[in-house]
Design a binder for this molecule. Structure first.
Ligand code: PRP
Length: 179
């Protein structure tokens, strides 16, 4: 375990099981139709890669980069699109892939953003959900695991751009972010 962690919250085997279950659910619901999976960088990168590999059906992929946090730990409520999808979403069924839902601001914005661009449907899959932190209610279609309000890192999730490459998810020691 990384020295900055106080414990592991979700280990590699559990992550693998969660991803397999979500992949089967999405495969079942989307079937073989033409649809678009949109990853929200950077946090979703490992989750989305593993999710895609675990799915049977083919689909298109794209990415957005949005900013809401800066380098701090509190959401500002403002969301800016720093990198947009690189194709038309007119008439497309979109599944947004997130690593975590916290305040809900990012997804509240993105769902409306893609509908405004003409998407036929916009759904959400998130690896983790922290409902205790929610400020905006949003319907979430697929949730990997509901987690408590702890500061977690790893498997794509960062603190100050660190720890994203860990293959498991751990709880950061408070002294790391309060120093
Ligand atoms: C995180 C996470 C979500 C968002 C969730 O991204 O990946 O996109 O915050 O928070 P919210 O529900 O309060 O909007 P972050 O801005 O930290 O960027 P990153 O994905 O590059 O780590």
């Amino acid at each position: 375990m990384h020295k900055d962690l106080e414990s592991i919250l979700v280990g590699e085997q559990e992550l693998n099981d969660i991803v397999k279950t979500l992949a089967a659910d999405i495969d079942r619901d989307y079937g073989d139709k033409d649809w678009l999976m949109v990853g929200v960088l950077k946090g979703s990168i490992l989750f989305m890669a593993d999710l895609m590999k675990a799915m049977e059906n083919d689909f298109k992929i794209d990415f957005v980069v949005v900013s809401s946090y800066g380098s701090g730990t509190e959401s500002t409520g403002r969301v800016n699109v720093l990198k947009d999808v690189s194709q038309s979403v007119e008439g497309m069924d979109i599944l947004i892939v997130e690593d975590i839902i916290d305040s809900g601001n990012t997804l509240h914005f993105l769902v409306r953003y893609f509908y405004a661009k003409g998407a036929s449907s916009v759904k959400i899959v998130t690896l983790f959900d922290k409902p205790d932190r929610r400020k905006v209610e949003i319907p979430v279609d697929y949730v990997g695991k509901v987690i408590p309000d702890e500061f977690i890192v790893g498997y794509g999730l960062d603190y100050d751009e660190k720890y994203r490459t860990l293959p498991y998810v751990g709880i950061l020691k408070p002294e790391v972010y309060t120093e």
